[in-house]
Design a protein around this ligand. Structure first.
Ligand code: SF4
Length: 387
């Protein structure tokens, strides 16, 4: 999601006359589009901003548009922006922690960045824009794409699930589905530009529901299954897939639609997070390990597709018995691949109030055990498919 936001932001700035560069040394404006999902990602941003501060000390002047004839150009201060989820999370605290930062902009305000840069140059002061709960659709208008043969298309933003460990609903707001006409328009224009393979993006794609245009007729609302059927009919599109799904919003009806949509890849990323019902309940995930496992059986029976997952180890109170249940579930399901994370408490979340009581050493050990198991499973699956 963040990569697509960065891409759309780059397109927006390019359309406003900015020139993109990969080199921080030559840039006048440096923007960090940030993620708050894990502590580790935030730590990297703080340290990178510290590094950039050395490139552009505070006593440098902001770049002025015109340097008077004959005048000596003063060294210029780079405009440094911390944008995205960390901006929403820490707001003006960022200016205190990093005085070198000029711009703090939340994920739903990214569209204002070109104007805010102008304001910084005009006013010579720091600027903050956070708190807008819904993104303007024009944010996606530029068709700037980094890849030549694949594109991401956002179908919904935010999430209303409030899993107890997750900061997303607090930094990106509640679920908001883009109008399906806008999505189809973006896909058609992407296909016309030569890109025929698309990934639909959302924090919980299965909860997609476009109610914007037909508020009086719920029977005409477009849900996720109807959306993928419409996308399957887009002329010129060769293939598409979607991330991320939530088990509690995933159903047999979806699997049947996946089977029937000819262009839809038969692959599903379905985070399980834990194999212990007690931990799943503490995580507020809304399903049991057995329900999850039944869902996977149904999915495989109907689509014969690939399945991948996310797992968190070391959630507060996770005992050896809970961990063993996760291990057993992984052995039973044999995912095609799995992303395994060590738990870290996130601000605002319900789980932040629980004691982070699994020692780091133990988290690392559990992380390694699951990684090794998945490596073995993936290897066996590869050998079986070759045979
Ligand atoms: S489904 Fe849960 S983990 Fe995923 S974005 Fe929503 S709150 Fe976060």
């Amino acid at each position: 999601m963040n990569s697509r936001d960065s891409e759309a932001l780059a397109g927006l700035l390019r359309d406003k006359g900015f020139i993109l560069t990969d080199s921080p040394d030559s840039a006048d404006v440096i923007l960090f589009n940030t993620c708050s999902v894990r502590q580790h990602a935030e730590d990297k941003v703080w340290s990178e901003i510290g590094r950039i501060a050395k490139l552009s000390p505070l006593d440098f002047a902001y770049k002025t548009r015109k340097i008077k004839a004959g005048g000596t150009p003063r060294p210029t201060k780079k405009i440094v922006g911390l944008v995205g989820c960390m901006a929403q999370n820490y707001k003006d605290e960022i200016f205190k922690r990093c005085p070198n930062v000029d711009l703090v902009v939340g994920p739903n305000d990214l569209i204002s960045i070109p104007l805010l840069i102008e304001a910084i140059l005009r006013e010579r002061s720091q600027v903050i824009a956070v708190g807008t709960m819904e993104r303007e659709q024009d944010f996606y208008i530029s068709n700037f794409r980094r890849e030549k043969d694949h594109a991401y298309v956002v179908i919904s933003e935010g999430c209303s699930n409030f899993c107890s460990y997750c900061v997303v609903p607090f930094v990106r707001g509640r679920l908001h589905s883009r109008p399906h006409q806008e999505i189809l328009k973006e896909i058609k224009s992407t296909v016309n530009s030569g890109i025929k393979d698309i990934t639909l993006l959302g924090q919980n794609v299965n909860a997609y529901l476009d109610t914007d245009h037909l508020p009086d007729k719920p029977s005409n609302y477009v849900n996720f299954i109807e959306l993928i059927k419409k996308i399957d009919e887009v002329e010129g599109l060769k293939s598409f897939d979607f991330v991320t799904s939530h088990p509690k919003d995933t159903s047999q009806e979806l699997f049947l639609a996946m089977r029937d949509c000819k262009k839809l890849k038969k692959q599903l990323h379905l985070p399980v997070q834990s194999g212990s019902d007690r931990i799943l309940k503490l995580m507020n995930r809304g399903y049991t390990a057995k329900q999850y496992s039944e869902l996977v059986k149904e999915y495989r029976k109907i689509t014969n597709g690939r399945i991948t997952t996310d797992i968190i180890v070391g959630f507060p109170t996770e005992a050896q018995g809970d961990f063993n249940q996760t291990l057993n579930l992984m052995k039973e399901i044999e995912f095609n691949s799995a992303y395994i994370f060590k738990y870290s408490p996130r601000p605002h979340t319900e789980a932040e109030n629980l004691k982070d009581d699994v020692a780091l050493k133990e988290k690392e050990l559990r992380h390694k055990i699951l990684l090794d198991l998945q490596k073995e499973i993936s290897q066996n699956k590869k050998c079986t498919s070759i045979l």
